[in-house]
Structure formats: C-alpha cells, structure tokens
Design a protein around this ligand. Structure first.
Ligand code: BT5
Length: 328
C-alpha cells in the first residue's frame, strides 16, 4: 500500500494530492494514508503536507527498492526476481548459493553494503553503505567456457551506455573488467561460472559501481585509484542538475544487458566486441602482460570475438591473453 501511495504522489509530479483523493483511489481510510506517509518520511522521502490541499512529494531519497525494480523493469527476464539485502557478505556469494539451489535465470541480488565484497583472484571490493550499486545477476548463457569473457564485456558495455544515457558521462572500458572515469576505476565486474563437466551450469555476473562515494569513503590505498559518479559530477558542478537514482541505473543496466545477452545466446558475439572496442581505453596503448608467469610488453591491438586481448609484443610475436592483468 505504501508503494501505491508513493506511486500516486510521484505521478502528481510535485503537485499536491489530497488525502481524500488518495483514500478514495486506494480504497483505504485517511488514517491509513497518514500512516503510509509517516513510513515514507521515515525512509527519507520529504513529503509536505497542508491541511487543506493534501500531500506533496518534494524529495526522493536514493533508496534501492526491489519492488520498484521488479515492477518498473524494462527487461523481460533480468530482474523478474530481485532480492535486496541492506547488508550481506557478497552478493555474488548469495547469488551462487541460490543458483545452486536452482533459482530462475535473471534473478538479481542487490545490497547496500557488502562486508566481504570480492574482486578477482582473492582481491577485495570496497563498499560504503548506500553509496554504490552492488549487484549480481544469475545467467545461464549458451556459450562455451572459452567464451565466458564476453559476459564481462557485455556488462561493461551495458554500464557505460546506461551512464551515458542517464547522466551524460562518458566512461571507458579497460580490459578485462574495469570501467574507468577520469583515469580512475569507477566500476568493476566479476564474472564467476559454475561448470559441470565441460559445460557452463550457471554464471554469476557481479557489478560494483561507485555512485555516491566521496573521496574519504574509499580506503587510503584507493584514494588515487578509485572514483565515483558523484565525485566527477561535483568537479564539473553538474550534480545539482542531474538526479541520480540507483534503481533507475539498475533498471537500465539490466535492460541493456538483456539486449546484449540475447545477442550472445544467438551466437552474435561480434556485436558485443565491436561495441566494447568503441569504449576501449586499452586498445592502441602500450601494455605489459603476464603470460604463464612471464611478462611481455607490447601494444594492445585488438580483442578477439571471445574477448581475448591481442597484443603485438616488442619481440615481434603476437599473443592472445584470455585473462589476467595488464599494466598500462
Ligand atoms: C573487480 O575485481 O574489479 C571486480 C569487482 C566486482 C565487485 C562486485 S560488487 C557485487 C558483486 N559482489 C562481490 O562480492 N563482487 C561483485 P578486480 O579486477 O580484481 O579489482 C579489484 C581491485 O579494485 C582491488 O584490489 C582494488 O585495487 C580496487 N577496488 C576495490 N574496491 C574498489 C572500489 N569500490 N572502487 C574502485 N576500485 C576498487
């Protein structure tokens, strides 16, 4: 009911809605409406009330509401089920657990804080309460294990295009799984697969995007390396002009991801790599790669359809790297 009250206030677009109108429309008493308003205020919504004219919504806090994502989603499968936690060890851990128990494809796990957020190779992902997007999506792609990297690339493209569309900021993608803003990392992607024999059983795609972080929200070692959308927008004095809603970002990321995911399942990996290349900050740059423990320097010249990085090494050889680190 509270959500219905909110929906009605939102649709009034800043105008007053009378208590009588609300109670008639929703078929409940005016006292009950008052109770809903009180609860919404406790969640951070600012609702002005005037005895004669009613209620007016003047500020929407950036809270993540799983119901809102499910009902307003624009994707068909992704986000049909959304499970939200105020706090969890890692959304990827939880998504893996429910995937093992047979949850539906497209189930999304979201949290406002992670106590053991993970990056690749045992590294940590740092988070601050309510400041970022921490989400994991359960997928069952029809691809081979060698093609797994394409999921990370598709997620990167979905994030970049959503941020451009909703906020107008151009992000860059750094192979294999980083998204860069102003030379710093703003988003990381962690794709984990469960395999049975040689087949992919399911994939958990984890996305961590820094949205509202201030500089001091990052641990010391990340101060120079990490950034958030709001840090950047404040520098550009644009924050007040654009309203950022994490739920909205999530809805659009899922929509774009589903479009690309459908392509992947039809065997069209080429259009994902083509898009990724458009946003790449890696190609054409000098890189230092590590292959089987040996380091090689060269120029990153391309990525293959499965998402391998092609490097023209200084010794004249051409190497394809499936995963690992690049040191630019
Ligand atoms: C990643 O790993 O970048 C993958 C991050 C995936 C996080 C999401 S959040 C939802 C889901 N649940 C999880 O538990 N994880 C996923 P990697 O390429 O290994 O980079 C990790 C490195 O990024 C760290 O060693 C730090 O240097 C840096 N880092 C950590 N937290 C960061 C942050 N909030 N912003 C920018 N950089 C960060």
């Amino acid at each position: 009911m509270k959500n219905k009250v909110l929906k009605k206030l939102k649709s009034a677009e800043g105008k007053y809605v009378s208590g009588e109108q609300l109670s008639e429309y929703l078929g409940v008493s005016r006292t009950y409406i008052w109770k809903c308003i009180k609860e919404l205020r406790e969640e951070g919504y600012v609702i002005e009330s005037s005895p004669k004219v009613g209620y007016k919504l003047t500020f929407i806090p950036d809270i993540i509401n799983s119901k809102e994502i499910m009902t307003e989603r624009e994707s068909k499968i992704l986000g049909k089920n959304v499970i939200y936690f105020p706090q969890i060890d890692s959304t990827n851990n939880y998504a893996k657990k429910i995937a093992q128990e047979g949850c539906e494809e497209g189930t999304v796990v979201i949290a406002d804080l992670q106590t053991s957020g993970r990056g690749r190779l045992g590294r940590k992902w740092s988070s601050k309460n309510k400041k970022g997007i921490l989400m994991s999506v359960v997928l069952k792609p029809e691809i081979s294990i060698e093609e797994l990297q394409i999921i990370t690339l598709a997620a990167s493209v979905a994030v970049v295009e959503t941020v451009k569309e909703l906020i107008g900021i151009g992000l860059g993608v750094k192979w294999p799984n980083d998204i860069i803003l102003d030379g710093r990392k703003v988003c990381g992607i962690l794709t984990e697969a469960s395999m049975e024999m040689d087949k992919i059983n399911f994939v958990v795609l984890g996305i961590g995007l820094n949205v509202w972080h201030e500089k001091e929200d990052f641990p010391d070692e990340l101060e120079e390396k990490a950034t958030s959308l709001s840090i950047y927008m404040k520098q550009k004095s644009q924050l007040n002009d654009i309203i950022i809603r994490r739920s909205r970002l999530i809805i659009r990321i899922l929509y774009k991801l589903e479009e690309l995911y459908d392509k992947i399942n039809k065997g069209d990996l080429g259009s994902i790599t083509t898009l990724w290349k458009k946003y790449s900050v890696t190609l054409g740059r000098e890189v230092l790669i590590s292959v089987k423990g040996e380091q090689h320097s060269g120029i990153a010249i391309d990525i293959t359809n499965e998402g391998k990085l092609v490097v023209e090494c200084t010794d004249g050889s051409r190497k394809e790297v499936l995963s690992g680190e690049i040191y630019v």
